[in-house]
Design a protein around this ligand. Structure first.
Ligand code: SDX
Length: 445
């Protein structure tokens, strides 16, 4: 017999769409929980009524076994090393597509046709400038502020400048906010970089494509013409594609949770940027290059492999391992290929960190500790070497990740807002604190 009695009606309703059911018996409760199937990947057991029916919570710190939502955007098969954006494999999009059409795909569910593509590019291009008063916002930061700190603050501040796209109940405003975020992130990322090196801001150029325009805003100066290297622009565009979305990772889940309260999209993206900054997440690209430089030479690799395996040493191989991928991260393969292209094009193929990275990868992939835990290089392992060769300081690496991931965050935010079953996210807990006790006067303590 379930606790609430009435919930049987709810469970019956839910199970009418269920593929099967899972029986759970705990204490004197017995319950059949609906099981749902998606189009690909694991089935799910719907536990949403478990507490109302049985007084039990589920317990899953880190959400290793929890599906937080239903989504049509990105699919990952960690065992096969498969990553699909709206069904398209990442390697095909990286090889044959470009970032803006990938943005259209993630946002609206389909690759654009000629007319849709032209319109989408035009709409993004027309939103690349930011409110001129925001320049003063940037100059309020210390010059040596980490660019990620600048991005968290300035993206959140967009809601102070663009009131006409913060009403999340209006689909037109949701769409404008999405276009604005995609369009303005490169401008703001470039401004954060220019400000950190004391150079003047460079305005967007409407005659350049998305990645070329970003490189121009970062590396052009007002004193002379700037020619974007097409090989590097193509590499930058491909790096943006690789980082565009990745299912319900920590920063995307942060954006969804912030959005579930009805917060405006700019504030939600700012929260996502803050979460991405952590070294266990998007900050790993910066940490991976620091690690490779700390190792320095191939002969020191065994020392660091031993440290990574030592439970008493907090050191981990940055850019290695993944919560979902238990095979090679498909993005890491493409990033390694792009790394070689960029190093050759920029004449940095003498970069001493590349042979260290390749030898470290080789040794780790043959070491039982990493093999048994299915730890492979992830997207961050080669990206630091590549981005440095493109001319970026390591403090900008996670900013570039945030720039590229903005479309994924905003697509997932839109999907959550438009989900009829959407409600505010409010997890519970296993309480392990003091049982109830009475207040004691200070002379009684
Ligand atoms: C990203 O979620 C996403 O999709 C994220 C991302 C995206 O696109 O959004 O893919 C981007 O964040 C990639 C990951 C970047 N982070 C790093 O490269 C940091 C180094 N990696 C680790 O911190 C770790 O692998 C995580 C955080 C990525 C995953 O952690 P999990 O899934 O919680 O794994 P775990 O900590 O439970 O590790 C399992 C075992 C442990 O050993 P045992 O306790 O079983 O003996 O593997 C070990 C860990 O100690 N381990 C590592 C290791 N990663 C895991 N040991 C050495 N070096 C590592 N890097």
């Amino acid at each position: 017999m379930s606790k609430a009695g009435a919930s049987k009606k709810d469970t019956t309703k839910a199970s009418s769409e269920a593929a099967a059911s899972a029986s759970i018996s705990v204490g004197d409760f017995a319950e059949d929980l609906p099981v749902y199937s998606g189009t690909m990947g694991p089935q799910v057991i719907d536990v949403s009524k478990l507490y109302t029916d049985t007084d039990y919570f589920t317990y899953d710190p880190g959400f290793t076994s929890t599906a937080s939502c239903a989504s049509k955007i990105t699919f990952i098969d960690g065992d096969k090393g498969l990553l699909l954006y709206r069904g398209y494999p990442i390697d095909q999009l990286a090889e044959f597509g470009n970032y803006l059409e990938t943005c259209h795909l993630l946002l609206y569910g389909e690759l654009p046709n000629e007319a849709e593509n032209k319109d989408f590019i035009q709409r993004v291009t027309r939103h690349t400038m930011i409110h001129e008063q925001m320049n003063r916002f940037f100059t309020g930061f210390r010059r040596d502020a980490h660019p990620m700190a600048v991005m968290v603050g300035s993206v959140g501040a967009l809601s102070a400048f663009y009131h006409d796209s913060t009403d999340i109940s209006d689909p037109v405003q949701r769409d404008i906010a999405s276009i604005r975020m995609i369009a303005k992130m490169p401008t703001m990322a470039a401004m954060a970089y220019k400000y950190s090196i004391g150079q003047p801001f460079i305005y967007p150029r409407n005659d350049l494509d998305y990645a070329a325009n970003f490189l121009s805003m970062c590396f052009a100066v007002p004193c002379e013409p700037f020619q974007v290297n097409p090989v590097l622009a193509r590499a930058m565009d491909r790096i943006f594609i690789l980082h565009a979305d990745h299912e319900q990772n920590a920063s995307t889940s942060t954006v969804r949770l912030a959005g579930s309260s009805g917060a405006n999209p700019f504030a939600c993206i700012s929260a996502g940027i803050a979460c991405l900054w952590g070294p266990a997440h998007g900050g790993a690209n910066e940490a991976a290059l620091d690690m490779l430089e700390q190792i320095g030479t191939i002969d020191r690799i065994p020392e660091f492999i031993a440290r990574a395996k030592d439970k008493n040493d907090p050191f981990r191989l940055m850019g290695f391992g993944h919560r979902v991928y238990k095979n090679y991260d498909p993005r890491a393969r493409i990033m390694q290929k792009t790394c070689h292209e960029v190093l050759n094009e920029t004449g940095s193929d003498h970069d001493p960190t590349l042979p260290v990275a390749m030898e470290l990868e080789k040794i780790a992939l043959e070491d039982e500790y990493f093999v048994s835990r299915k730890l492979y290089p992830n997207v961050d392992f080669y990206s630091g070497i590549t981005l440095r060769a493109l001319g970026f300081p390591r403090t900008m690496f996670t900013v570039l990740f945030a720039l590229a991931r903005t479309v994924g965050w905003i697509a997932q935010w839109k999907e959550m807002i438009e989900d009829p079953d959407q409600r505010i996210g409010r997890p519970r807990q296993l309480y392990t604190g003091p049982v109830m006790r009475s207040y004691a006067e200070i002379d009684q303590r």
